[in-house]
Design a protein around this ligand. Structure first.
Ligand code: F6R
Length: 604
């Protein structure tokens, strides 16, 4: 995910900015840049790839005396990872860096283009600096122009802006993306999008709140709230533990990533929903022309999201859908017809088996689409079209937020196709879109649930295995729940369709067989309930996850009531993730780096 740093002080500004960006490397990025303003002189450098490339470009650049600087590491969301799209973005005499997404950038850009303002990049960010300079023409001063600009922006952002019209100042704004300012006894001021770059540099920090904006100069920190009322900074001591700061205080990256899901899903949705339509600017309007079938292909967790997608495509888009495990598909001489859209799903975009199937589909002349988290990855480069999931870098080997954003994209895509093919009424699409907007809230981890999972976990550390069961789209979720547990606890777990148990697996039922049953209210409740009762009757140890009270289980986790089964899906997904996490922690395993597993499987 993108990272921001800023600095006002006397030391060599470039070094401070590059050191700060290095501390943000763990978040992942594909390009980086800095802009330094000293008096009336701007210096700006950008580079694609690792920070070493930016270091190389700036090796002869030194500042002596007071200067202001801003820096950025970019994880591409709008526009390819190249130098033009890297931040900082330049207007005529100002530079901006930004994290988040400006939802109304297309409208603002249209107006700016009509005023003949040239755009260099494909990013949403560039509108900020041009809009600021447009406002500057009629404003009393730079701060007034900046305040007006902030009020015109919709979306999520952490912004730093420097301008020649106020050369010793950094302007900032925060809405939905984190940002803090730090101080030290030498009178220097630092900005960053998370604690880590400031550790060792600052003693005290002020965390900005949503709606905060203002400016910082050598001797002033001016913060205004959403109502333009000035407020005092509230400084607190900065932790000196870097690793814990990288994990935002969570015990493991996986835990942090589970908690992050609400925010990253908001990013996935951002700018892609209107009242009655899903918007994928990145897709060619003709992509679905003459397409009568969808084939999804992936590995592991991504395969489970593909399976989930098949329920949505057939239910909403009324299009025949099949799902394939990539390592099987590539060797089984499959029949591929040209009216099939071939979709590969991959967090990394590098998984060897999935990549190979994409090559096969291209060779057979099929239209191809990749749903991926990493821009410029091999699959994104190869496929005809791509949709980025915008989950940010995922460090825990066991995938959590990548899965959540993949399913979100598929839900959106099924509605996008439904609109194109007229398979759902416009009222139904509008209803589904309002449900999609509730996903970020449905995946928020509440303390009570987490505490319950901690307590429950101690009862599930032994036994001869786990069954995770569910029906319909809750079957792929059961598979994913079982995979999560397997990966990080090393306990044997299988996912099954609830209705399939009696065809064999139920023979295993005894008190030492643990069944985790998904019982959503809005998807085949009665049917799934009787499947669970069959297991209870055979004395299997059962843990039911449901919004409806269920008395015949050994353990019961009550989820919130929701209007729709998909919101139940997302909440139950989080419960399963937290349960696996807590079991793994109790077993003393390395949650983030489980044995025998790698994050990116680039070999067959
Ligand atoms: C499980 C997990 C793996 C990956 C699989 C595919 O938690 O992360 O099963 O989902 O290796 O990886 P990608 O999605 O990068 O193609």
């Amino acid at each position: 995910m993108c990272g921001i740093v800023g600095y006002l002080g006397e030391r060599n500004t470039k070094e401070i900015l590059l050191d700060g960006l290095k501390e943000l490397e763990y978040r992942g990025y594909d390009s980086a840049g800095i802009a330094v303003l000293q008096g009336n002189d701007f210096a700006n450098y950008k580079a694609v790839g690792k920070l070493i490339n930016l270091e190389e470009k700036t090796k002869d650049f030194i500042t002596k005396g007071f200067a202001v600087g801003i820096g950025h590491t970019r994880w591409a969301t709008h526009g390819k990872p190249n130098e033009l799209n890297a931040h900082p973005h330049l207007g005529e005499e100002s530079y901006v860096v930004h994290n988040g997404i400006i939802e109304n950038y297309a409208e603002l850009k249209k107006e700016l283009l009509a005023d003949n303002i040239p755009f260099l990049s494909q990013t949403d960010t560039e509108v900020i600096v041009h809009q600021f300079e447009k406002n500057l023409k009629s404003a009393k001063n730079a701060f007034e122009a900046f305040s007006t600009t902030i009020q015109e922006l919709e979306g999520a952002y952490a912004i730093l802006l420097v301008t020649k019209s106020e050369p010793n100042t950094i302007f900032f704004a925060k809405e939905g993306s984190p940002m803090l300012v730090g101080i030290n006894t030498e009178g220097e001021k630092y900005f960053a999008s998370s604690d880590t770059p400031l550790i060792g540099q600052c003693s005290d920090v002020n965390y900005f709140e949503d709606g905060d904006y203002g400016y910082v100069s050598a001797d002033e920190i001016a913060i205004f709230d959403r109502e333009s009322k000035q407020k005092k900074p509230i400084f607190s001591k900065l932790t000196q533990n870097k690793l814990s700061a990288q994990k935002d205080g969570y015990r493991f990256f996986m835990e942090k990533e589970i908690y992050e899901q609400s925010d990253v899903i908001s990013d996935t949705l951002m700018g892609r929903l209107s009242e009655d339509a899903v918007i994928f600017d990145e897709l060619d309007k003709n992509l679905f022309d003459d397409i009568h079938e969808i084939k999804l292909c992936a590995c592991g967790t991504s395969y489970h999201s593909a399976l989930s997608a098949s329920y949505l495509f057939e239910r909403y888009s009324k299009i025949k859908t099949s799902v394939e495990i990539a390592s099987e598909f590539r060797y089984r001489e499959p029949i591929m017809s040209k009216d099939t859209l071939f979709i590969v799903i991959s967090q990394s975009g590098e998984t060897a088996d999935t990549l190979e199937t994409l090559k096969m589909a291209k060779k057979a002349g099929l239209k191809t689409l990749v749903i991926c988290n990493v821009d410029n990855s091999s699959m994104v480069r190869l496929a005809d079209s791509s949709i980025l999931t915008r989950a940010g870098i995922e460090k825990g080997v066991a995938s959590t937020k990548a899965f959540a954003t993949q399913v979100t994209v598929f839900w959106m895509l099924s509605l996008y196709v439904a609109k194109l093919h007229n398979t759902l009424s416009s009222q139904e699409i509008a209803k589904q879109i309002s449900l999609l907007r509730e996903v970020p809230a449905s995946v928020k981890v509440n303390d009570e649930m987490h505490e319950k999972m901690k307590r429950l976990s101690k009862r599930y550390l032994h036994g001869h295995g786990f069954f995770f069961i569910g029906r319909d789209i809750f079957f792929p979720l059961a598979l994913e729940g079982a995979l999560k547990l397997k990966e990080i606890s090393y306990l044997h777990a299988e996912g099954y369709p609830s209705g399939e148990m009696k065809h064999g697996p139920i023979a295993l039922a005894d008190p030492e067989l643990f069944t985790i049953a998904l019982l959503p209210e809005h998807m085949l409740y009665e049917k799934a309930k009787s499947n669970v009762e069959e297991l209870s009757a055979r004395d299997s140890t059962v843990c039911v996850i449901s919004p409806k009270i269920f008395t015949k289980a050994d353990d019961f986790v009550q989820t919130a009531p929701h209007k729709d089964y998909m919101l139940e899906f997302f909440e139950m997904m989080v419960v399963l993730q937290v349960l696996s996490l807590e079991i793994s922690i109790r077993l003393g395993n390395d949650v983030d780096m489980p044995r025998n597993l790698a994050k990116s499987v680039t070999v067959e």
